[in-house]
Design a protein around this ligand. Structure first.
Ligand SMILES: [Zn+2]
Length: 59
């Protein structure tokens, strides 16, 4: 597993030409409007991690 699952999610879940998430479609054959909940989670987690790193130094 990656040390940064949010980065993997952001790389795999991208906006398709029809504004649907290509990652959700490829993995689960599911049509999900982008950003899907996984992207939302990854973004919020990424922001929190970046903030924590900024406030508390390298972890
Ligand atoms: Zn997705």
């Amino acid at each position: 597993m990656s040390e940064h699952p949010e980065a993997v999610i952001l790389a795999g879940h991208v906006r398709g030409v029809d504004d649907m998430c290509t990652g959700c479609r490829a993995w689960w054959a599911r049509l999900t409007p982008y950003p899907c909940w996984q992207v939302e989670w990854a973004i919020s987690r990424h922001a929190r991690t970046t903030t924590a790193r900024f406030l508390g130094g390298a972890r």
